[in-house]
Design a protein around this ligand. Structure first.
Ligand SMILES: Cc1cc2nc3c(=O)[nH]c(=O)nc-3n(C[C@H](O)[C@H](O)[C@H](O)COP(=O)(O)OP(=O)(O)OC[C@H]3O[C@@H](n4cnc5c(N)ncnc54)[C@H](O)[C@@H]3O)c2cc1C
Ligand code: SF4
Length: 853
């Protein structure tokens, strides 16, 4: 499976589970040479499913549950707490003795460390999230707002479903959007009976067959499920989604993937000079030798807890609290789904109905609480859905009790009662005090182990009461007998403790603000542009369903602009219990790798600078310190706006000190006209190519001024030319008005100035604010816009300032159009910013992700 192990790749993916598999597929299919590093052993599809069709009598413990106190279970004290752990499946669970952690309060960390991760043993239930989920934090003031909404992620759901094959029934419910489904599996007689009873009594509740990543028809070279039995032993026909069956084959087919098993990532290496991650430090789990691998972009897909551990352990002088953790949120806001509260009951009247065989699925009852109307409102926040199934007791029940002869034979021959059980899966709220930190203890590889401190809060406890009571009400409404409510939660004990839901999320949450979140809406670390976290750790809330996602189709890729693409792909990565991102592939743009998602045409990040007006207050107080911050934010090119009461030569010396070059400066029209030589001398002392007329005072904005302005600019342009410089004019929004003319001032300036003497610096924000698409304007006037100002706009009616890439302006299109039409330099500017240094950094990070270095 592995290729040649080189030390340098375009991309590194850490983890080979559901999210790592997706990242590898998308990255390699986009042309990137990718190294996938997995701490567990290699598992070859088919060949290594050694328990797949083993009969019970072939197993020494007859496929026992291996409860923690049973023989052979000493290595699996934690894993054995989950129902799926048995003698036949333990090969895909991790030995707790090999991967220990500390529980401050009971927390069950189920781990599946091998190539394929937990994709080999997962339950395969997959549901789309809705805006009920994405909007909840913002509406309720809990946690941070998701930077994405359902419309952003919907195309990715479709993309994943088409690749994976998901069977299910369409319901048309807003809280559980329908997907692109293969035919649904069938409910059995007991489930149909209960469905009819519940839907008759509760009009707003629905009972449907589970939506599962299991094929009900042959699909993309994989065979339809033949309902053979327990899937957690591996499926050699590839009928359920796993890394091995679905994402690894296309990634391997590209010839660009190298899989490195038995290799644990110790930490990610950060390069303070480039402000990027350079690669990873790895320990060979067999020899304990360490080695470093380099890449232009790193995707962290080690699962919520594994990824948090790596980030926290990747400390440097820049990030003493862990990589990409300037916000301090990494490790916090750990979530899981709480479950095991519901009810069971006996179904009467179906004695003549029988069923045979296994069906790897159950029923699902979608959320019906707190849907936004008064009727469904509850005293707790959020909601829950139910999973469950009906079954008829078979001959096995006769073997557990005493019996002899005819009586025993009859007992084994007759079918037993039908019973039905349902258990809620409830949403858990994000809380800062539910957290993981690094312990002082280390594992055998010298890596600090995790210390997990997590508990259910009052909201979860209130919800559980309703989960139990509503289950009783529904089963009774369906006419079941001997209905018993269940709740396995025990304070301070095991039964329904956090972690047992095995849907951990939230330790590197996504958000808009770098101060309160670790990654942006593209799953890209706010602090480090070439680091992407695309597993469940980026979830800002938990929903009550398991999400899925994936990468884009070529058509979608071309249809979407870069921002949407990244946003959606990030969203994809983000949500994921499974299916990862692709933010991925495209964010490799950040690496400058050959990548179709880069803005085409050759304009590079090195041509992007900062208009120092953005940091004017700081510059007026401390030029030296501010320039250090500007360089620290990634800018080595600037456009000046004043000299801060210093001689030009002194300012230039400071620029030199910080490795900054200035190529353009803003000089008031009045100064230029009064003493052009003085301005030109200043510009040349600073080393500038362009002198730019920045702004016309409102008192000057008259029909008369605009009538004479073109010829005045031509004259100044000629003078600049003579001095070995170039003249440009920078716009605001007022130039898009007519001021007595038949066309706008901008059009008249463009028409009546000499292209060989006067250039323009197009401020895309002001054009956008005035109702003109900046990309259209540069395309209409090729060769006229040598310079750009880049700042974004919010979607709000007042069109407020926003950091580049964080608003609604289509920069991909704007920059692409400008560079086709003569663009030389572009300057980030934000006229008003609450925190100018954070703002310029956020803009730079975005541009670093869409432009080659
Ligand atoms: C029994 C069970 C039932 C489940 N049922 C469902 C379900 O029905 N629906 C659903 O949506 N989800 C379900 N889940 C959860 C789902 O499996 C996980 O959410 C999903 O696998 C997470 O994907 P991942 O890629 O983030 O992590 P994983 O699949 O766990 O993969 C992470 C990989 O990273 C590797 N890794 C970790 N640390 C390092 C390191 N330092 N260096 C190198 N490699 C490392 C691990 O070995 C592992 O292979 C279930 C899980 C289990 C166990
Ligand atoms: S039941 Fe279906 S999906 Fe599960 S192992 Fe058998 S064939 Fe594969």
């Amino acid at each position: 499976m592995t290729g040649t192990q080189e030390s340098e790749y375009d991309a590194i993916v850490i983890g080979s589970g559901i999210t790592g598999g997706w990242a590898a597929k998308e990255l390699t299919e986009k042309g990137l040479r990718t190294l996938m590093i997995e701490r567990g052993r290699e598992v070859v599809h088919g060949k290594d499913y050694t328990m797949e069709h083993k009969s019970t009598w072939e197993m020494p413990l007859r496929n026992a549950r291996l409860s923690p106190d049973k023989q052979g279970a000493e290595d699996y004290q934690v894993q054995a707490r989950t129902g799926q752990f048995r003698e036949s499946t333990k090969q895909f669970f991790t030995k707790d003795t090999k991967h220990p952690y500390e529980e401050v309060k009971p927390f069950t960390w189920v781990q599946g460390d091998q190539v394929g991760g937990k994709s080999l043993i997962w339950g395969r239930q997959v549901y789309r999230w809705s805006d009920l989920d994405f909007e909840a934090n913002a509406k309720e003031g809990i946690g941070v707002d998701w930077p994405i909404r359902y419309k952003d992620i919907a195309p990715w759901y479709s993309y994943v479903e088409r690749h994976v094959g998901v069977s299910g029934e369409k319901l048309g419910l807003p809280q559980l959007p329908d997907g692109e489904f293969l035919p649904p599996m069938q409910m059995n007689a007991g489930e149909k009976h209960v469905k009819a009873g519940i839907e008759r009594r509760f009009k707003e509740r629905r009972v449907t067959i589970g939506r599962v990543a299991i094929l009900t028809a042959n699909h993309k070279g994989r065979a339809a499920c033949h309902y053979c039995g327990p899937c957690e032993r591996g499926c050699s026909t590839g009928s359920y989604f796993s890394t091995q069956a679905s994402t690894l084959p296309p990634a391997m087919a590209t010839g660009r993937l190298t899989v490195l098993p038995d290799s644990i990532v110790h930490s990610i290496v950060y390069d303070p000079k480039s402000h990027r991650v350079a690669g990873v430090r790895v320990v060979d789990t067999r020899t304990k030798a360490t080695r470093e691998y380099k890449a232009k972009v790193v995707f962290l897909c080690a699962s919520t807890l594994g990824s948090a551990r790596i980030l926290l352990n990747s400390k440097s002088s820049t990030f003493p609290n862990g990589l990409a953790n300037s916000s301090g949120v990494v490790g916090h806001y750990l979530m899981d789904h709480h479950f095991r509260a519901g009810a069971t009951g006996r179904i009467e009247g179906l004695a003549d109905h029988y069923y045979q065989g296994n069906r790897p699925n159950g029923i699902y009852i979608p959320r019906f609480r707190n849907l936004g109307d008064v009727a469904t409102k509850q005293p707790f926040a959020r909601g829950f859905g139910y999973q469950g199934s009906a079954a008829r007791a078979g001959w096995g029940r006769g073997t557990s009790g005493p019996g002899l002869g005819v009586q025993l034979k009859r007992k084994l021959h007759d079918a037993g009662d039908w019973t039905m059980g349902i258990t809620g899966f409830g949403e858990c709220l994000p809380r800062e005090d539910n957290k993981v930190t690094l312990s002082e203890r280390t594992d055998e590889f010298g890596i600090p182990i995790l210390r997990i401190d997590c508990s259910w809060g009052p909201n979860e406890m209130a919800m559980r009461k309703d989960m139990r009571q509503s289950a009783i009400d529904m089963l009774e409404a369906a006419g079941l007998k001997s209905v018993v409510g269940t709740d396995d939660y025990k304070e301070g004990g095991l039964g329904a403790e956090p972690g047992l839901g095995i849907h951990e999320m939230g330790t590197a949450r996504m958000g808009r603000d770098p101060k309160t979140s670790a990654v942006n809406g593209f799953c890209q670390a706010h602090d480090v542009p070439n680091l992407f976290v695309t597993d469940g750790s980026v979830m800002a809330s938990a929903s009550c369903v398991n999400p899925l996602r994936g990468g884009p189709t070529q058509e979608e890729e071309h249809l979407m602009d870069r921002r949407d693409f990244l946003k959606v792909s990030g969203a994809a990565g983000l949500a994921t219990m499974w299916g990862s991102s692709l933010a991925c592939a495209h964010s490799t743009a950040a690496a400058g790798a050959a990548n179709p998602a880069l803005i085409p045409g050759g304009f590079t990040l090195a041509q992007v600078g900062l208009q120092l007006y953005t940091v004017r207050d700081a510059m007026s107080k401390d030029v030296d310190g501010t320039l250090a911050s500007v360089a620290g934010a990634g800018y080595h090119l600037v456009e000046t706006a004043g000299l801060y009461q210093r001689p030009a030569a002194d300012l230039r010396a400071l620029f030199d000190k910080h490795g900054i070059r200035t190529v353009s400066g803003h000089y008031p029209l009045v100064d230029l006209e009064a003493s052009p030589e003085t301005v030109f001398t200043t510009a040349k002392t600073l080393g500038q190519e362009y002198v730019v007329v920045p702004f016309l005072d409102p008192s000057l904005r008259t029909a008369e001024t605009f009538g004479s302005l073109p010829s005045r600019l031509n004259k100044l342009g000629e003078a600049a030319h003579g001095a070995g410089l170039k003249l440009a004019y920078h716009n605001h929004d007022f130039e898009f008005q007519k001021y007595g003319g038949t066309t706008t001032v901008m059009e008249r300036l463009l028409a009546n100035t000499d292209p060989t003497l006067v250039s323009f610096e197009l401020d895309g924000y002001w054009a956008f604010k005035a109702g003109t698409a900046p990309a259209d304007l540069v395309a209409r006037y090729p060769g006229r816009f040598a310079l750009l100002h880049l700042k974004d706009s919010t979607a709000a009616p007042e069109k407020a300032f926003a950091d580049v890439g964080h608003g609604v302006i289509d920069f991909r299109r704007f920059i692409a159009a400008a560079q086709r039409n003569g663009l030389k330099y572009a300057f980030v500017e934000r006229d008003v910013a609450p925190d100018p240094i954070a703002s310029i950094k956020a803009s730079h990070d975005y541009l670093a992700s869409v432009l080659p270095a």
